[in-house]
Design a protein around this ligand. Structure first.
Ligand code: ATP
Length: 345
């Protein structure tokens, strides 16, 4: 089911939790809403679900304007981080619940419900556990039951709010892979909320990066990581450093000194780069400074460098250096970004 969100605004007591948000979700797409706390992810998900309604703007399911339809009318399935299962019901009863409570006219026969439940149990790879109660399951198994329960009503779209947030890192990673496979098998249009960038980049077809009630960028993992469209996205996703520069006569200057970065357009800008996108170079027109700190990661090292020129306050950036390069705290270093983005002021 294709979902089109146009110019959505959502206010809570005049506070705009969402401000002019537009987004087109293709049928069968797996979309991640990614952003810091308070950026409006859950609010957007709740509006798509029909748990809340926009102050202005519209939400279309296919051609149908669903902006003011109820959850039931929209026929969406959702799973929340703490969307507890019914404790007094078995796994099978939990999964079948949404079908059992349907009005008589649309309620499947008991045998049909049973058949659907066992199909779903296979789908979420929990066959054999149907008689267990939630407290006899692991956290990961419980979230898979919640997913099967959401799927039971044959939703037009699946909405997940930090579905693995409460689980430990290892189970989380397993479930992440599992969800991607599950999505590829079932092909449901799926929107999930996360503040974990790794989860978003690994799982989603497209990532929607949100900040302060607005969409900053929508794109594939490569788009948002390699081609961040704003300083916010550059800093929020992955590691990065930035410095103020002045472009004059085709070259960037930092604190008045050329740093070997050619640029066409003159003016003030912020130069952003990732720690892995630098080269140590022996030239006069480079960034240079003193190593302030050095930390070892698994296969590499990150050095923190004070690049301030004489007479300026300290200015720190981080770069990646090879494990065995002669780089130590206190040593001088010259380097130049090999890939960068300039954001004009
Ligand atoms: P988190 O990652 O912390 O869950 P989020 O990105 O999902 O954050 P939302 O829960 O959508 O953010 O909240 C967006 C903003 O709207 C926040 O400033 C929040 O305080 C506000 N907000 C959300 N729900 C309500 C509400 N029912 N009443 C008043 N303000 C609300």
């Amino acid at each position: 089911m294709e979902v089109t969100i146009t110019n959505i605004r959502k206010e809570f007591d005049r506070f705009p939790a969402l401000n002019d948000v537009s987004l087109k979700i293709a049928s069968g797409e797996l979309i991640a809403l990614l952003g810091p706390s308070g950026s409006g992810k859950t609010t957007l998900l709740r509006l798509i679900a029909g748990l809340d309604f926009p102050t202005a703007g519209q939400i279309f399911f296919g051609e149908e304007d669903a902006s003011h339809h109820s959850v039931q009318e929209r026929n969406v399935g959702f799973v929340f981080q703490h969307y507890a299962l019914f404790r007094h019901m078995t796994v099978a009863e939990n999964i079948g619940f949404g079908l059992k409570v349907r009005p008589k006219a649309t309620r499947p026969a008991k045998a049909e419900i049973g058949r659907r439940v066992s199909e779903l149990l296979d789908m979420v790879q929990l066959g054999g556990l149907e008689k267990r109660y939630p407290n006899q399951l692991s956290g990961g198994q419980r979230q898979r039951v919640a997913l099967a329960r959401a799927m039971a009503i044959e939703p037009r779209i699946l909405l997940l709010d930090e579905p693995f947030g409460a689980l430990d890192a290892k189970v989380r990673k397993e479930l992440r892979r599992w969800l991607r496979e599950f999505h590829d098998r079932t092909g449901h249009t799926t929107v999930f909320v996360t503040h974990d960038q790794e989860e978003a980049l690994e799982l989603a077809d497209r990532v929607v990066v949100m900040s302060q009630g607005k969409i900053e960028q929508v794109g594939s993992a490569d788009d948002v990581y390699d081609r961040p469209g704003s300083p916010f996205v550059f800093s929020f996703i992955g590691e990065s450093s930035h410095l103020p520069v002045e472009v004059k006569q085709g070259t960037a200057l930092f604190q008045g000194q050329p740093i070997g970065i050619p640029e066409a357009q003159d003016g003030a800008a912020d130069l952003f780069f990732r720690p892995e996108d630098v080269a140590l170079v022996d030239a006069s027109d480079t960034l240079f400074g003193k190593v302030i700190a050095c930390r070892r990661l698994a296969g590499t090292r990150i050095a923190e460098i004070d690049i301030a020129n004489e007479g300026h306050a300290p200015y720190h950036v981080e770069i990646e250096v090879p494990l065995h390069a002669p780089v130590e705290i206190g040593s001088d270093i010259r380097f130049r970004p090999t890939r960068w983005t300039l954001f004009r002021h």
